[in-house]
Design a protein around this ligand. Structure first.
Ligand code: ADP
Length: 220
C-alpha cells in the first residue's frame, strides 16, 4: 500500500539529468525525494530541493531507511556507472516500486534495465541528438517525434496558407499534415479550426507522418 501520493517521485542520481527531473517536479508541486551518493552534490542541491539526501542506492538498507518503497514512481539517473544503475534498479524492484524509469546511456544498458524490471527506459542523448538532426537541417522551430514515425512540429506558416482559412488552403489534402494549433505573436495558442484564417508571420503546430511534417515545414 502506498503511503505517499500517487504523484510522489523518488529521483536517484543527481547529475544534470536527474537534477532537472527533480527540480521540474518540485516546481510543479510534486512530492520528491532526491538521492545522490555524493555529499558535496547533495549539499549544493539542498538550497533548491526540499528533500535531498546523501545515500548509496546500490545498497538496499539505506533505501529501506528512507522508506523508498512508499514512493509511487522512481527515476534512476545514474548514467555513467552501469553497475550502480543496475544494482539500484534491482533494489527498487525488490522494494516493489511499481513505476521505474531509467536513464540509459547505451542500448545495452537499456536492455539490461528492461530485463531487470524497469518499466520505462529513456535515452536522452540519443533522442535529443535525433531531434536536433531534424531541426538543424530543416525549417522546423521545434519538433517531437513519437515512436511510430509520427511527429508534431512548430513551423512558420508557408506563404500558400497566408490570408486563407485552413479549409481553403487545404493543407491536409495537399500535404498530408494536420494543423492543430496556431500561435500568433503576443497572443495565446489557439486550436486550429476549418475557418481559422492564417496570417503571415503565424506559427503553425502541425502533426502527421515525420517525412510529411518535414516537407511541409520546408515550404516556407
Ligand atoms: P548526468 O549525465 O545526468 O550528469 P551522471 O551519470 O554523470 O549523470 O551523474 C550521475 C549521478 O549519480 C552523480 O551525481 C552521482 O553522484 C550519482 N550516483 C552515482 N552512483 C550512485 C549511487 N550508487 N547512489 C546514488 N547516486 C549515485
Amino acid at each position: 500500500t502506498l503511503l505517499r501520493p500517487s504523484d510522489s517521485v523518488l529521483v536517484i542520481g543527481l547529475g544534470r539529468f536527474g537534477t532537472a527531473v527533480a527540480q521540474t517536479l518540485v516546481d510543479s508541486g510534486h512530492e520528491v525525494l532526491a538521492i545522490d551518493a555524493d555529499d558535496a552534490n547533495v549539499q549544493a542541491l539542498s538550497a533548491t530541493l526540499p528533500h535531498v539526501v546523501q545515500a548509496d542506492a546500490t545498497q538496499i538498507e539505506p533505501l529501506k531507511q528512507l522508506a523508498a518503497n512508499e514512493f509511487a514512481h522512481a527515476v534512476v539517473s545514474i548514467g555513467t556507472d552501469l553497475e550502480a544503475s543496475v544494482l539500484t534498479v534491482m533494489n527498487l524492484t525488490q522494494l516493489g516500486i511499481k513505476d521505474i524509469w531509467v536513464k540509459a546511456t547505451t542500448p545495452q544498458h537499456g536492455r539490461i534495465a528492461e530485463r531487470i524490471g524497469a518499466h520505462h527506459v529513456i535515452y536522452p542523448e540519443a533522442d535529443m541528438g535525433a531531434r536536433v538532426a531534424h531541426l538543424v537541417t530543416g525549417k522546423m522551430l521545434d519538433f517531437i517525434e513519437f515512436e511510430d514515425g509520427f511527429g508534431i512540429a512548430k513551423t512558420r506558416a508557408p506563404a500558400e496558407t497566408h490570408n486563407k482559412a485552413l479549409s481553403e488552403s487545404n493543407v491536409r489534402q495537399r500535404h498530408g499534415v494536420t494543423v492543430v494549433g496556431i500561435k500568433r505573436r503576443h497572443e495565446d495558442f489557439i486550436y486550429a479550426k476549418a475557418d481559422t484564417v492564417v496570417k503571415p508571420g503565424d506559427l503553425l503546430i502541425v502533426s502527421g507522418p515525420t517525412d510529411k511534417v518535414e516537407r511541409f515545414s520546408a515550404r516556407v
